[in-house]
Design a protein around this ligand. Structure first.
Ligand code: ADE
Ligand code: ZN
Length: 327
């Protein structure tokens, strides 16, 4: 209990959070009303009750449906500002935030609508909360590589405000090699490279994200544990895995928190840390993830907890390095 309280109060970085996954049901209903959009659920309580998932896909279907209420610059500002306030309450000093442009451009909502709103919220987080926040553009892997390339091209006017490229959505049937040209392009533009891999997919997709895409950090990556040689490589090369414990339990990657392999990866020397993924859908923000993990794994001690917090800061892409995250 004392350890959990100390961890919750400690400065930390959050490196794996999807801004569209921070849409709380109450805000979804407020935006639906403001924009005259009909939702399939009668109330925010009914929507929250629908958050019972049996797989990544069952979650994604609801997540993309929720995006429909996001229409205006102010909507994106309200969404991101609500996240930054919640993150600051959890002592997040550095946030690297994913956004899914294709879930908006496909509905006719362009970069000129969502980027100004997202960026205004990040500037306010810096000014009022002392939080350093940056955005990572995620490409939806269930769409074609050409659609991803067009998205990267559409982002070019905003290039200086985007620090990296990521890859998310349905992992099954959409392996890293599908996006090799996209990652080569992004790398040539100087973007930092991350990719979701080994969430539902196998250890081989973690290896392919490193070798075929040049990913510097792996989002989730928990199935790397199925390949001991790969675990040794991740540890030796200091590759960070942005693990999301509550997400993994909600999406049945593990049957329960006690079965989560984060402690094993940590003790194998892999640079893991704790993140929230889609906190509005999975039952909590980053401190709730630390709390659930530590409560289910009493063998994790203060040195382990300190390592997790330190890993989050060290694995960040903050321009001036991890110490600046405290400034
Ligand atoms: N998009 C939002 N959250 C995701 C996750 N956990 N995996 C893949 N795509 C996502
Ligand atoms: Zn994710």
């Amino acid at each position: 209990e004392a350890l959990i309280a100390a961890v919750c109060a400690a400065p930390k970085a959050e490196l794996h959070v999807h801004i569209e996954g921070t849409l709380e049901p109450e805000l979804a209903f407020a935006l639906a009303r403001r924009n005259g959009v009909a939702l399939r659920w009668p109330s925010s309580e009914a929507l929250r009750a629908a958050y019972a998932f049996d797989s990544l896909q069952s979650f994604l279907d609801l997540y993309y449906a929720g995006c429909d209420v996001l229409r205006t610059e102010q909507d994106f500002f309200d969404l991101a500002w609500a996240y930054f306030q919640r993150a600051a309450a959890d002592h997040v000093v550095r946030a690297e935030v994913f956004f899914d442009p294709q879930s908006h451009t496909a509905r006719g909502i362009g970069f000129d609508v969502f980027m100004p709103g997202l960026l205004r919220a990040a500037r306010r987080a810096q000014d009022e909360l002392g939080m350093r926040a940056d955005y990572i553009l995620c490409v939806l892997r269930h769409l074609s590589e050409d659609d991803g390339l067009a998205t990267l091209e559409a982002a070019s006017p905003w290039r200086e405000h985007i620090i990296g490229l990521g890859l998310d959505s349905s992992e099954r049937g959409n392996p890293p090699q599908k996006f090799a040209r996209l990652y080569a392009q992004a790398r040539a533009q100087g973007l930092r490279l991350v990719a979701h891999a080994g969430e539902e997919g196998p250890a081989a997709s973690v290896r392919d994200a490193l070798d075929l895409l040049g990913a510097e950090r792996i989002d989730h990556g928990v199935h790397a544990a199925d390949d001991p040689a790969l675990v040794r490589r991740l540890a030796a090369e200091g590759v960070a895995l942005t693990v999301c414990p509550l997400s993994n339990v909600k999406l049945r990657v593990f049957p329960d928190m006690a079965a989560h392999n984060l402690p094993a990866l940590l003790h194998a020397g892999v640079k893991v840390m704790v993140n929230s993924d889609d906190p509005a859908y999975f039952g909590g923000y980053v401190n709730a993830n630390y709390r659930a993990l530590l409560a289910a794994h009493p063998a994790l001690d203060s040195a382990d907890a300190y390592r997790l917090l330190r890993n989050s800061l060290e694995a960040s892409f903050a321009p001036a390095g991890p110490v600046a995250a405290w400034a």
